[in-house]
Design a protein around this ligand. Structure first.
Ligand SMILES: NC(=O)c1ccc[n+]([C@@H]2O[C@H](COP(=O)([O-])OP(=O)(O)OC[C@H]3O[C@@H](n4cnc5c(N)ncnc54)[C@H](OP(=O)(O)O)[C@@H]3O)[C@@H](O)[C@H]2O)c1
Length: 220
């Protein structure tokens, strides 16, 4: 996977912007998506001076997904269902990377579909596989491109798509673990609630997870 394009839906936000900087590499095109094209362009103007390599452009979420191989969903849970619904019909043949954590303020909850990931997959049906990743990573660490990252649990029901997402995670410098099927997503999403509680308790912005006792594909 040398040349590929990643659209980040909600790329103007904390996680999406941080991920964009991490993705910067030769042959990688990053499209910052927003509900507002001007806001996307402003985010690109801010981020681009810190991009190590590759290309970065900004446009509306709808336009952003068109030429992408990977579509990262990086919007708050409240906006996810409508956003995925709006993108339906335009993401065939692409891999969706879902980072969304269902939170009620800081408290995690389990949506009726079983998880945010499964809800997105239900909306898209067979159009594109949805793979969960990056839920337990701190956006602060992600945006500091020289900072070490926690481990990334990657889950989903499409093995080939999951493998490709794990490759991307490895490329951004984290260790990726195949954490099983989409039905595991609620645990991984919910774990972020625990990390938020730990960050509050121990006054940190860097809480993340480390898996021990298992060899995995490492970005280091
Ligand atoms: N922040 C973290 O450390 C972190 C870590 C792991 C996972 N996550 C997950 O990543 C996702 C994004 O988190 P974040 O902290 O980056 O969020 P955020 O900054 O609050 O929002 C990200 C972007 O989503 C768009 N947005 C906001 N409300 C929306 C709505 N109702 N419908 C559609 N788009 C909307 C906005 O972009 P425009 O206004 O430009 O459209 C915003 O810039 C969340 O689901 C979160 O649970 C975050």
């Amino acid at each position: 996977m040398d040349n590929f394009t990643v659209a980040i839906v909600g790329g103007t936000g904390n996680l999406g912007s941080a991920l964009a900087l991490r993705l910067g590499a030769p042959g990688v095109k990053i499209i910052i998506g927003s509900r507002d094209a001007d806001k996307a362009q402003k985010a690109v103007d801010t981020l681009k001076p810190s991009l190590r390599a590759g290309e970065m452009i900004g446009m509306t979420n709808q336009q952003a997904v068109k030429d992408a191989n990977f579509v990262v969903i990086a919007v708050p849970y409240e906006g996810q269902a409508q956003m995925v619904q709006d993108l339906k019909g335009q993401v065939a043949g692409k891999i969706i990377i879902d980072t969304v954590v269902p939170l009620n303020k800081v408290k995690p909850f389990v949506p009726a579909a079983g998880s945010a990931l499964q809800e997105a997959q239900q909306i898209l049906g067979d159009e594109a596989p949805v793979i969960g990743a990056l839920h337990n990573i701190s956006a602060v660490d992600l945006g500091d491109v020289d900072s070490p990252l926690g481990d990334v649990l990657v889950c989903g029901d499409n093995a080939e798509a999951k493998q490709k997402v794990m490759e991307i995670i490895t490329r951004i410098g984290a260790t990726a673990y195949d954490a099983g099927p989409a039905s595991n997503a609620y645990v991984i999403e919910g774990l972020t609630g625990v990390i938020i509680a730990l960050n509050r308790k121990y006054k940190s912005k860097h809480g993340s997870i480390k898996i021990t006792g298992i060899g995995a594909s490492s970005g280091h």
